[in-house]
Structures are given as C-alpha cells and as structure tokens.
Design a protein. Structure first.
Length: 364
C-alpha cells in the first residue's frame, strides 16, 4: 500500500545533521543499536487535554525531573520495527499496523493512554521520511524504536497524568556479532521471564530488565542468548530473551509455544506461521518441554530449531547448553526449512518476493 497524507506534525530540521560524507562512512559498518539518525519524533499527552504537541525535530536529550514517574515506577513501553530500502529504490516498512496495535495493547496493560493507530503510523513515517538517507543499502535496514514513558513528576503509586511518546531510529547491520548463521543458547535454571497474569505479553522495559541477569549468565557460558522456561513448572519452553522460538520436526511439521499471556505475541512469529503454512508445513502452537527438546534432538526427530524477531529476523539455533549438559540440533548449522522461511520473509520485506498478504507498507 502507498501512503500519502497531510502531516499533523511540525517539522524542524536539525541544524547539526551529519554530513553526507560522514554518514556514508558510518553506514559502512553500522552494527546494531549504537548509531542514531539526526531526528526524532515526540508527542505529549496530558490528562484532560489528550495528545498534543506533535513534533519532528533534532534528536536531543530529554530533560527529566528527578521525580519523573518512569524513573520510579517504570511505566514504559516500546516497539521494534524496521524500514527497508528495496531493490527498486523505494522505502517500505513491514506490517507496521501490527506494531501499532501491539503498542496499544501494551499501553492498556501498563495503564497508559492509547496512542491512535493512525498517529502511531504517521509518527514513524515522518521520521523515516526526514532521515531516509540513513537507511543502509544491501542487507541493512533502519531500526525504528517507538516508545512511551510516564513523564509526570510525582512520587506515588498510580498511573501518571503526563506521558511522552517518542520515535528514534538507528541504522542496523547484523544483530549478532559476526552475522552468525546459528546461535548457541543457555537454558536458564533459576530465572523466569514472566508468569500468568503478569506483563509477559506486553512489550515493556521491565520484562527485558528482568532478563538481563539470565542473559549475563548465558554470556558467561559462551552463549549468544538465553531461553526461558515457564514460571509455574519450569518445564515448558517459552521464548528467548527477545525472540520467539520454533522447532522443525523430521516430518516437516513445525512446533512453537502457544501464546498464553506469558509470551510476547511476536509480529515476526505470526508472519512465520503464515508463511510456513503456505509452504505446506503443519504448524502446531502447543507446549514443548525442555526434556522433549533434548530427547528429540538426540533421536533425530528434531531436525532444526530457530528463533525469530524484528531485530534478528530468523536465526538458526545450533547448540543448547544447560547445567544438565549440552546438545546440538541437526548439524548445528541450521537447515533448509529455516533458510527457506528466512529467504521468503526477507524477500517480501525487500521487494524481491511477492507479497500476497499485503504486509509491506510503501512510503515512497
């Protein structure tokens, strides 16, 4: 779909924008999450007034009072999405409407005001438009980070009355260092990511903060990511620190843990399920235990496993480590199903493969 509309945002170009020559050098190796574009989008919310002060301006620090509510009570949510420079030179985003809807669901769970979907989409598009020159070519992309936080200055446990919505952007290369073909996982023995009735299905910073000690444990064991088991029985595989997980069986069927309120409803996850079924795979959303994972890998019933998310796209899982020992999945280097799904998904995103579901939103 093509996007054309009159903007509700005031636009103030940065007077300190990076030069074209310097930007070209930076984009040669952008890495992930350390390089940022020249601008940002902000919208403010005040109780009784609603959303106001829609602005695109220079990227700059916020001035926060020490009593700012988010610093004390963590009322904060965010999204992760990407803009791509396609082979025909156009710029597009992948299923941004789903990010807008999930952002609204996260806001409701965290007792925050809901930003209308059309405003969310326009905010993201305005930033992509003004910072389009920051989109890398090749396999790179522009990672977009919409977020919202409680900005009212007060001490007291209640929903804040003031909020700031913001979008920043970061040119992105490979998510994992060295562009790994398959990653190694650590199964957390002591820590869980979320429990039923909690905030597991919301994309809020607290979920990620709680995962960091487990991720540090994984790093100490030479692993790239941590995989969490359920909180109730510590038996069932749930998800990685920032990605959903899939298992490919010898008969070609695919298993992924069900959405039960403790797992983030990944947009890439949903897309993979749709693509896999279209490719003829039976996809079952059902519980899968760590014990079964180990047994199926040993017997050969499990041929492949992969993780997926906006940042890492689709990444094969090669080896799994835990206090009970290590095991390898298949040949430890991915497989044809994983690669086929990754190729089709990235092809749709970049315009080299047909988009029958209308997932791509072209900006220009």
């Amino acid at each position: 779909m093509d996007v054309q509309q009159k903007s509700r945002f005031t636009v103030t170009p940065s007077s300190k924008a990076v030069s074209a020559d310097q930007r070209a050098v930076l984009l040669q190796d952008p890495g992930f999450g350390r390089l940022f574009t020249d601008h940002m989008v902000t919208i403010r919310y005040t109780e009784g007034q609603g959303w106001h002060s829609h602005a695109v301006g220079p990227r700059e620090p916020f001035q926060l009072d020490p009593a700012c509510a988010v610093l004390h009570y963590a009322q904060e949510i965010f999204e992760g999405m990407k803009a791509y420079r396609r082979e025909d030179g156009s710029i597009a985003m992948f299923r941004p409407e789903e990010n807008a809807r999930r952002f609204a669901e996260s806001a409701e769970r965290m007792a925050m005001p809901v930003l209308p979907e059309d405003v969310f989409l326009e905010a993201v598009e305005e930033l992509v438009k003004i910072d389009a020159d920051w989109i890398p070519g090749g396999e790179g992309s522009l990672y977009l980070r919409p977020f919202m936080f409680a900005s009212e200055s007060f001490l007291g446990v209640r929903p804040a009355a003031e909020y700031i919505f913001c979008v920043i952007a970061s040119p992105a290369g490979a998510y994992f260092k060295g562009g790994k073909k398959a990653v190694t996982l650590w199964v957390s023995e002591h820590y869980t990511r979320a429990a039923k009735g909690g905030t597991g299905a919301a994309k809020c910073g607290g979920n990620y903060a709680a995962s960091l000690v487990a991720q540090s444990e994984a790093t100490r064991h030479g692993c790239d990511q941590v995989v969490f088991l359920d909180a109730a029985e510590h038996k069932w595989v749930e998800e990685l620190g920032g990605m959903n997980v899939f298992f490919v069986m010898e008969d070609g069927s695919i298993v992924t843990p069900p959405l039960s309120g403790t797992i983030l409803p990944g947009i890439t996850r949903n897309s993979i399920i749709t693509l896999a079924r279209a490719q003829g795979h039976e996809v079952r959303e059902e519980p899968y235990s760590f014990a079964q994972w180990r047994a199926d890998a040993a017997s050969g019933k499990l041929r492949e496993a992969f993780a997926c998310g906006t940042a890492a796209v689709v990444t094969a899982i090669g080896t799994v480590k835990s206090v009970e020992g290590d095991f390898t999945i298949g040949n430890g280097d991915g497989g044809i199903v994983t690669e086929a799904l990754r190729t089709e998904l990235t092809g749709i995103q970049r315009g080299t493969v047909a988009d029958p579901s209308g997932w791509v939103r072209k900006l220009r």
